[in-house]
Design a binder for this molecule. Sequence first.
Ligand SMILES: C[S@@+](CC[C@H](N)C(=O)[O-])C[C@H]1O[C@@H](n2cnc3c(N)ncnc32)[C@H](O)[C@@H]1O
Length: 231
Amino acid sequence: MTTDQTEQAGQAAYLDATRLAYDTAAGAYAEIVPPFFGRDPFGLAMFRAFADVVRDGESAGRVADLGCGPGHVTAHLRDLGLDAFGLDLSPKMVAEARRTYPGLRFEEGTMTGLDLPDDSLSGIVSWYSTVHTPPEVLPAIFGEFHRVLAPGGHVLVGYKIGDRLRHLDHAYGHDLSLDVYWRSPEEVEERLAAAGLTVRARLVREPDDFERATQGRQGTLLAQKTNSTAP
Ligand SMILES: C[S@@+](CC[C@H](N)C(=O)[O-])C[C@H]1O[C@@H](n2cnc3c(N)ncnc32)[C@H](O)[C@@H]1O
């Protein structure tokens, strides 16, 4: 196998495993996760800042919630006054999101190859949707973010801080198979910068009472497409 073929096989394996895991756990995830999001005042402050810079930007247009899961983040973006839609790899997650938020638009798709024109979005949110992505696939995803963002557009990334990979055989009450990556802020920032996305703000917060046993610090980065061509 050539290096390209090995990389493509790795990417396909990650997408298949992640899709299957979330198809298995979609119902349980939708019940468990929304309260966690609403409990995080620091993350919510970053969402308000994101909404402000997107609204004030020159490219006022649609905002994509990529890896939207059950759609609660998409709904929050709508409540912040943004023209938001969701996209997820897992058909079952998309079905959950459509059932819960019938007034919003949700599509199936993958961040590794977005079915969207160049320069077409004013904002992207990737809220913990790259936590299953192997490091070698991140450049393809951040490259897609850069391609579909209009010049001056913004991206908000939520991620788990650390330096480890854990394989889950069980989660959300289901047997499944899923890799979870913890990353340093430096690594995520460098990878965004390599894709032409310049970090404008960064948040590092301590785990809350519910997260302390199993999680570490949590990170949020707000970056901007400052040059129209990828580096
Ligand atoms: C940890 S969940 C986060 C869901 C949601 N953003 C939230 O905060 O509740 C990760 C989600 O990202 C989706 N996902 C992972 N890789 C993806 C990819 N390459 N393209 C689209 N969605 C992806 C999964 O299907 C899953 O719904």
